[in-house]
Design a protein around this ligand. Sequence first.
Ligand SMILES: [Zn+2]
Length: 705
Amino acid sequence: MTLRKPLAFCLLALAATVLGASQSAPTPVFGYRDFTAESKIEEKFLAVPDARLAGQHLKTLTAAPHLAATPEDRKTAEYVAQKFRAAGLDTEIVPYRVLLNQPKLVRVEAYDPAGKLLMAGPTREHVDGDPFQDDPRVMPPFHGSSGSGDVTGEVVYANYGRIEDFDQLAALHIDLHGKIAIIRYGGNFRGVKVALAEQRGAIGVLLYSDPQDDGYFKGDPWPIGPWRPDTAVQLGSVQHLWQYPGDSETPGVASTLDLPPSARVSSDSNEPRIPSIPLSYRDATPILKALAGASVPQGWQGALPFRYHAGPGGVRVHLVSRQDYQRRIIWDVIGKVKGTEFPDEWVIAGNHRDAWIYGAVDPSSGTAAMLEAVHGIGALLHQGWRPRRTIIFCSWDAEEEGLIGSTEWVEQQGKALDHAVAYFNTDVAVAGPDFSASAVPSLRQFVRELTRAVPSPLGGTVFQQWRLKQAGDKSAHPAGAPDAPGEEVHVGDLGSGSDFTPFFQHEGVPSTDIGSGGPYGVYHSVFDNYAWYTQNADPHFAYLEEMARVLGLEALRMAQADVLPYDYVAYARTIASSLEEASRKAPVQGIGSLDFAPAQAAVARFAVAAERTRGLQLAATGDLPRLNLALRRAESALLSDQGLPNRPWYRHTIYAPGEFTGYAAVVLPGVNEALDARDSSRAAQQLMALTQALDRAARTLESAH
Ligand SMILES: [Zn+2]
């Protein structure tokens, strides 16, 4: 479900350089006493992933719409399982029974004050020349987890539906009670838009794609270019993901087929009650155009060719949405290779398989890349090689509806994941040529380092192209997050919106998320299909091959390491700077009395422990199992048993998806969200929980000294 902010596209006029052959003795790699033998294994692995085969996987996976829990979804599970088995993985299709909605009826009509019909929709997605759009299995546009309802009301335009947008409406004395909000996509997670509209009294929500954000304002629309055409709709989940992901009836519990119905809870706290539907700008135009009321604040004006007004008045909307909620069966595919030395230490790599429709970019590019990574690992297995740690590849189902397949699996594994050493995610693996990554701070250098070993289709290495691209793109270095010396490329924070969330924020498994971006305007529409992909993203599947190599190398390098290559020095530095920021914010929020000294002392202790631990990691001698155990436990030590206030499923004290952003990460969430709410007693209590977590983490590292 991930949507990365599209980066400005620029062609890199680089001469292709051939990689490899130049190095005779391998450069030292963090985590390895001597990398010589491993570099040979990596070389063998890197030679296997094949662009042509990846393209075939993509074509097969995107042949039909494959929404979670449909027969076509089951077919893709079988395809993936067959490839896993062919590679030599011990493979299982793991089913769960989870609550999912599918649309029975979706209808929207708009009338002017005289009762004249202005529009009736939703219009079927259509452009001249798209070969995939007319498949009868394409469902009408809808929102996962949305409420059913039949409502009629005046309309109010709420811009991006961020908290500041609703506050602005209130300042303009525009009341949302009894109204239908029309909100544009962008700026935050769609589920937050609907939840905030509901809180402010709206009875229904229309979410539309404004051409300013991903349509003709950006560039040529599909099928000429990559941007969103007039009828294209963004489907998506409106689940309250920031409360908890997964099956909304089973937080913290796996929805196995034998789970008794009595073990289920009401899904109310994690789903909106009001109906919402997604609209194309073609269907939104007559509504926005007829809207009366005040002219909008300048930042609210989109790219449609008339002045926008906030409403109400000028138009009434009749919205009908009947959602068929059923407990449906979904299928994860899990393939394992048991480690020879440390079988309980799992290295996990995953990507979701289900799509809103065809999902060529999201997520089939990820699946195609993962299958070629598996192909590479399989080639090693067929030569008799076995990994030191257990490697597990996972193809998740029902990610789009709320990270369901991954969350249920994580909840089922429970304690076994205490020894999982990493989770490597990809989702939107390839939408274009621009590599990017997010990671826990302890794995940022790990990602940077291994991208130096993978060639880029643009010439040089993935790392070189990544650095070059960022150097010309200031938005890649967000303000307030300066990189320390040596951190030449910026690696982002893990928020949510993909399957790393249960691993990292619920179980404390160190995680990364990688992708290769580009201009991508057809996110979650019928036009994210094989034809769009081959015309716009990656005609020769070279980036699928690249991503297969990066993902596979993550798993391989982690599985074989002598010492777990976690960088706690960087982690401590990141936490210290976030704490510094929070301490500056507190007085601004009117909580000047808050005592940051104990937390600052704890992070300083953690930093000292991290430095000493780094010395042991570099020496890589002595009792390595003990050192590795401490390294792994230090991440778990950052979880709190109570979890975050009002959302106990989220247990990580350093990272969570924001309550009001949904996908974007909040760093030190307990403390920062208390400060945002100007709640001094909660802030003090959360600062104490953070201090305890940092002390625990420091103590854990010290135990290895
Ligand atoms: Zn996705």
